[in-house]
Design a protein around this ligand. Structure first.
Ligand code: CA
Length: 744
């Protein structure tokens, strides 16, 4: 385990004994709420979060494209972070990281469409437990219902710009007439109006805008007229001198722009050589008569002019792409303009109500976006435009006005920072660092600050077909790795800020490459980004999928006293060990979550996917890891990380449950079997997880191994799996170990 100095542990996989206090917390919560009185002058926090708002479209970041006066006002009175990056450039994963302070592979939300594992600590939960009133309004996009909020009202999935639906706290959906960005601003202020003024608050005001399909309010039609918007230098980038994988992505303005959804043409696609068919403009279909009339009045004549030119063959392919860019940016920047208006609406409310002085206001967005750079729209890549996040923080009296920070910061830092602002100690499993010292020191990072950020994108064949990749970015360089082709890419941001040439193969950069590769491996270990911890499904195997579904149903239907977690050896209680199990545990309700062939990463996938349902057993029994040894000969440190993370996850999901953590069973006939040795090394590392309170570690090796170090075939016929007699021995041992743990 590594510690990042400065008080925050980078502890990917620490046992978190205190977690019970954070997670279960109803008693604690009530007690602390009672403590909070009108004397409570801890700062309020307003976290304004937009979706896909690139720094290239923010005045305070030097935009050549637009003005954002109200966001810029925040920057003039607060601090602007010039090097804030996401850890995974896509909506849901960035949001999960913001909430948890953990990278995607540990918070479990790695790809859009995953479901947020809500039994883990989040900063809103912790603030709520410490007396804050909490609300989230707007885009959520984590599939699960929000947890840790006194009030929430969120868009289903991506939501809509026009007349959007909002999910209410009772689960119903209500449709609201109007424009989404304005509605989210208004709803935020309505909540501020009715909150309890005696307690500090956290308000997360989260806009859908300016997410695709970029649909402005009529008041912003024509604000950025076609033909006037500057093009990026790389609009016609041929993507040479970089991995061929760049060319496989489907996010090109020239080639992947939809006729209806993106270009906003009605009717059938007339020019399939230049536009994709199949995605209509869903916003248009939601509009009321008045909205539609305004829309037609603006878009109709522009469309007519362009389509006439196209029909008459007057435009070159390059001119067609340039037109698409103008249409795209008109719509994107118009959508940004409404966000800016609504930032202003909240700032005005704070001023009018005397709240500005004691309210921290943050503006950020879940990741950046390509505004035509490299010929693209969308995000996902580790290149600067989508890697960067805006981050502006106003905290009167604490943060110098108009200050800027060049510190390398990341969205893992948001949660520990916001907790620190409220005087709450961040739990050790949060991986980010508290930015308060940077905020207080005019943007200067402490001497021991991180020297690189870590990035990992996990979708592969998902939307837009951007390949899986990860990497690090330092002050000057960016190193990327593509596992599908085992390619490295290296960019020298000082000499090549637009990232147009990978220098990984150039002689002059070989020393830099080697050093960065070494740092990359070190950082991956530091953040536990390795295969024993990164959740992995076996969904492609039909039996596994069916067992998963069956076990999930069982978990939802019963209340188990004992939940067994493991691989084929645990699953074997249902077959070879059936008789021993039934005899020994006839009076206990049990749930067997053993899956043959599973490694730690598969167990983590199941747990973070929610396979426990709401199970709150009295005891978890864990025995896992021998397949990490047997399949991969995996390093025992890494396997131990995986087991630790399983323990952590269970502690979060069922804080009152005890955990019986069994050492990985011995394997191989002889004591010098390499698999036997590896399992023993894993056991040595996980033994320390045992504590006197919640986790009991037990090593049963001596049960199965004779004095000569050999395993007898009548106990383990294949020197890995137990015989019926072996299961009876295990059952007897378990009965003894479980007795005190099951006692009420
Ligand atoms: Ca986004």
């Amino acid at each position: 385990m590594q510690t990042e100095p400065g008080g925050t542990l980078i502890a990917c996989c620490m046992a978190w004994i205190l977690l019970a206090n954070f997670s279960s917390g109803a008693v604690l919560q009530n007690a602390q709420r009672q403590e909070a009185t009108h004397q409570d002058n801890r700062p309020n926090i307003i976290f304004i979060f937009s979706d896909d708002h690139a720094v290239q479209a923010i005045g305070a970041y030097g935009s050549r494209l637009n003005q954002t006066p109200r966001i810029d006002e925040l920057a003039r009175t607060g601090m602007t972070f010039d090097r804030c990056f996401c850890g995974n450039s896509i909506c849901g994963p960035s949001r999960a990281t913001v909430l948890t302070g953990r990278h995607s592979h540990l918070n479990g939300f790695m790809r859009n469409g995953d479901r947020f594992f809500d039994a883990q600590p989040t900063f809103p939960k912790l603030l709520q437990n410490h007396g804050y009133q909490t609300a989230v309004i707007g885009k959520w996009h984590l599939v699960s219902d929000p947890v840790g909020f006194d009030y929430w009202e969120v868009l289903p999935d991506q939501g809509h710009y026009y007349n959007p639906d909002f999910i209410q706290m009772d689960g119903t959906r209500r449709r609201f007439e109007g424009y989404c960005t304005d509605l989210i601003g208004d709803k935020s202020i309505e909540w501020l109006e009715r909150r309890d003024p005696r307690r500090p608050f956290l308000l997360m005001c989260q806009h859908k805008a300016p997410h695709r399909n970029w649909s402005p309010h009529p008041r912003h039609f024509g604000r950025y007229p076609l033909g006037t918007i500057p093009e990026p230098e790389t609009l016609f980038d041929d993507l040479s001198n970089r991995s061929p994988l760049l060319g496989t992505a489907e996010m090109s303005i020239a080639r992947h722009f939809y006729w209806g959804h993106d270009a906003k043409f009605p009717g059938e696609n007339e020019f399939p050589d230049y536009f994709l068919s199949g995605l209509a403009n869903g916003e248009y279909q939601r509009m009321n008569e008045q909205q539609r009339a305004a829309w037609d009045a603006y878009y109709g004549p522009e469309n007519d002019t362009f389509l006439r030119q196209l029909r008459q063959g007057e435009l070159t392919p390059r001119e067609i792409t340039a037109w698409k860019y103008q249409r795209y940016l008109h719509d994107y920047l118009g959508s940004v303009a409404a966000v800016d208006d609504n930032v202003g609406k909240i700032l005005d409310y704070l001023d009018t109500n005397g709240l500005s002085e004691n309210t921290i206001v943050i503006y950020s967005s879940d990741q950046g976006f390509y505004l035509g750079e490299h010929g693209w729209y969308d995000k996902r890549w580790m290149f600067e435009e989508s890697l960067r996040m805006p981050l502006i923080v106003r905290w009167p009296g604490r943060v110098a006005a108009a200050s800027r920070s060049a510190a390398l910061v990341q969205n893992i830092d948001f949660a520990p920072t916001l907790l620190a602002c409220a005087g709450v100690e961040p739990p050790p499993e949060m991986q980010g660092r508290n930015l308060v010292p940077v905020l207080r020191e005019a943007g200067r990072a402490p001497d021991d600050w991180r020297e690189e950020i870590y990035y990992a994108f996990y979708e592969n064949e998902g939307a837009h077909r951007v390949p899986q990749h990860d990497g690090i970015r330092t002050d000057r360089y960016k190193l990327m790795f593509f596992p599908s082709t085992k390619e490295w890419q290296l960019f020298d941001l000082q000499n090549d800020p637009q990232e147009l040439r990978s220098v990984h193969a150039e002689a002059d950069y070989q020393v830099v490459l080697a050093e960065l590769q070494s740092r990359y491996h070190k950082v991956r270990q530091q953040y536990c980004a390795h295969s024993a911890v990164i959740p992995e499904s076996r969904w492609g195997e039909a039996w596994w999928r069916e067992r998963y579904d069956a076990k999930l149903r069982e978990a939802r239907e019963k209340t188990a006293d004992i939940v067994l977690i493991g691989d084929s050896i645990t699953q074997g209680w249902e077959r070879t060990g059936r008789a021993a199990f039934d005899k020994t545990f006839s009076e206990d309700s049990t749930l067997n979550l053993g899956f043959s062939g599973d490694r730690t990463e598969h167990v983590l996938w199941r747990l973070k996917r929610g396979c426990l349902a709401k199970q709150q057993p009295r005891v978890f029994v864990i025995m896992i890891g021998t397949n990490n040894t047997g399949h991969l000969g995996q390093d025992p440190d890494e396997v131990a990380d995986g087991i630790r993370e399983i323990v952590n996850t269970l502690r979060g999901a069922a804080p009152a449950a005890k955990i019986l953590l069994l050492g990985v069973f011995p394997r191989g006939e002889r004591a010098d079997d390499p698999g036997r040795i590896n399992n023993r090394l894993i056991d040595e590392r996980i033994a320390a997880l045992g504590d006197s309170e919640h986790i009991v570690f037990a090593d049963l090796t001596s049960l199965f191994v004779g004095a000569d170090g050999k395993i007898a075939a009548e106990i383990m016929p294949d020197f890995l799996h137990l015989s019926p007699r072996g299961y009876q021995m295990w059952a007897d041992a378990l009965q003894t170990l479980l007795k005190p743990l099951l006692a009420r």
